[in-house]
Design a protein around this ligand. Structure first.
Ligand SMILES: *Cc1c(COP(=O)(O)O)cnc(C)c1O
Length: 357
């Protein structure tokens, strides 16, 4: 693609935010990547351009029928100045799976990886250097064709935005309180739960708001058919340490295949720990808790990497986990994955990809 990729740099650089004011997803860098798709012509005009608002026809199909998919990954800069991505190939593979599910056109994964490396390298100065900060990367694809008949669109736009983000845990890992949701569901087998599509999020917001009002930070989603089996926590995959074993819900078609989930499973196996992917009922967990065997619980996802769960509420049962504190295995997984992400720990799997400047 090298020769195909057009690069137009801006003279008007924005002021970079102070490192203690980064937050998450608030600030965007000076440039973005964009590419167009037109039926018959395929993907064309890959370019890096100044960050700017889009002009879309009000009839653009994304506004009406929601063909919108996205990805999320990060670039990390360590104290040696090295910039790294974590398993970025997996994000573009998953982007293609999500695109396929919404009947949207596939992208060339190698081209995307190359374009992303170039964009990150151009915006290198935007990657914060303070411990645990990073540059969040948001690739997404929307249907742009102006048409309000119902069918898959014939034109699309792919963009990649970059946003410097602060440390998720500014003052150490903090366990979250989780509300087990009994009436709303996130996804159902055969639906779009295992694709990273905007609509899944739209449908999950009300439960999240209600959980917040009850004093809980996240929702634990149960399966849509029996409201009995554990699926995910908020927008993270979930793991439980029960009597020395590590359990996580098996991929069943409605669970999103998290890259952090996969990395966690591979690490645990590498350490010789018993990881079991299976159907886990909430009753089984409550039992384990009552028997004193529910030792740790945590969510996995790119934003937080690992999010310890300190308490779960299901109906009227409050399950306090590890005294509401971060468990030692939870902490060990967090330290190991972040060590690899920043290029500061041994990387036996070759997950960390250095961005050439
Ligand atoms: C993105 C996402 C995850 C986490 O995936 P990672 O690849 O680990 O960031 C989990 N669940 C849902 C619903 C998601 O959208």
């Amino acid at each position: 693609m090298g020769s195909q990729l057009r690069i137009q740099l801006t003279e008007q650089k924005k002021e970079k935010p102070a490192s203690d004011k980064l937050g998450f997803g608030i600030h965007f860098t000076d440039h973005m990547f964009s590419m167009e798709y037109t039926e018959g012509k395929g993907w064309h005009d890959p370019q890096i351009v100044p960050y700017a608002p889009l002009v879309l026809d009000p009839a653009a199909m994304v506004f009406h029928y929601g063909q919108a998919v996205f990805e999320g990954l990060k670039a990390y800069r360590n104290q040696n100045g090295e910039v790294r991505l974590f398993r970025p190939d997996q994000n573009f593979k998953r982007l293609n799976r999500s695109l396929a599910r919404l009947d949207m056109p596939q992208v060339d994964e190698a081209l995307m990886l190359e374009a992303l490396q170039k964009l990150v390298s151009i915006e290198k100065e935007w990657i914060p250097t303070e411990e645990s900060t990073s540059l969040y990367i948001r690739p997404f694809v929307i249907a742009t064709e102006p048409y309000i008949g119902v069918r898959a669109a014939h034109s699309y736009k792919l963009l990649i935005l970059l946003s410097p983000v602060g440390a998720y845990y500014a003052s150490g890992m903090k366990p979250v309180k989780i509300y087990v949701e009994n009436s709303f569901v996130r996804a159902v087998r055969g639906g779009t739960g295992n694709a990273k599509v905007a609509g899944n999020y739209a449908g999950s917001l009300k439960a999240q708001t209600e959980a917040h009002a009850k004093g809980y930070e996240q929702v634990l989603w149960l399966d849509a058919i029996e409201t009995k089996y554990i699926e995910e926590v908020g927008s993270m995959n979930v793991f439980f340490k029960v009597n020395g074993e590590i359990w996580t819900p098996a991929l069943n078609g409605s669970i999103l295949e998290g890259i952090t989930r996969d990395s966690t499973i591979q690490l645990l196996k590498h350490w010789g720990m018993p990881v079991i992917e299976k159907r886990i009922s909430i009753e089984e967990l409550l039992q384990a808790h009552q028997n004193g065997q529910l030792e740790e619980a945590f969510g996995t996802g790119t934003a937080a990497v690992i999010s310890p769960v300190g308490e779960m509420c299901w109906n009227d049962n409050i399950m306090k986990i590890n005294g509401g504190e971060t468990g030692s295995l939870t902490q060990k997984i967090y330290d190991s994955i972040t060590g690899i992400q920043y290029g500061l720990a041994e990387d036996p799997f070759g997950w960390s990809v250095k961005v050439e400047e």
